[in-house]
Design a binder for this molecule. Sequence first.
Ligand code: SF4
Length: 258
Amino acid sequence: MTQVWRGLHLGRAPMEMTDLPVGLRRRLATALPPGLALGATSVNDAGDTTKWLWALPDGPAVETVLMHYPDRATVCVSTQAGCAMACGFCATGQAGFRRHLSAGEIVEQVVRARRAALPRRLSNVVFMGMGEPLANYRPTWAAVERLHGDLAISARHITVSTVGLVPGIRRLATERLPVNLAVSLHAANDALRDELVPVNRRWPLGLLMEACQAWTEAKGRRLSFEWALIDGINDRSADAIELADLARPLAAHVNLIP
Ligand code: SF4
């Protein structure tokens, strides 16, 4: 069992687990088909970013992105096929929700990426692909536990993102493992955020910042605000001042996404 588990986490297909008898390998190959079938691969011009489109067995597609750095790599994984959050600037949100991913489907993205990253070490995992991780809480957290416990990727190198699901952030604050939290903010006043990020109408900025504060106090980990720059909408001086007013009290890092 240990050999099978290790082989799977190394990204080996059952027939590649040569430390097992061949009969067992054949049986495993039949019993454990891959959860993700490769649909398409694209590599950027610089050659440092690889994007995979996977087909799930029941039809929907999800994306995984591997980013190479000189001595390590980071993978960005999806937690849902599609997304129900309907953010106005996001193609996934406009296409709607298909289904939640299982913990196994999330972990498999990391396992595949880890193998593809070699000889670089896959050091970081960010839950920032398709879907809202905290809307698929249990499988997302189960995946975090497996990455930390079975793949030896430290929770400190795992970042869970959210568009601002306050109950999920409060629940994260109670978890044992110290992951990082990235809040996709994109606007620092309720009028604009209501437009860009509809979930803000349910959990406006006041409630969101309170939850961020509670999380920061409970975990002592790095909080970051993600900010996709939209020309003339959220890239003005006034936006920067409002953003700074939210980020400063929480000592939050700000990642501007061009
Ligand atoms: S939560 Fe993320 S994936 Fe979902 S619609 Fe918003 S930006 Fe897109």
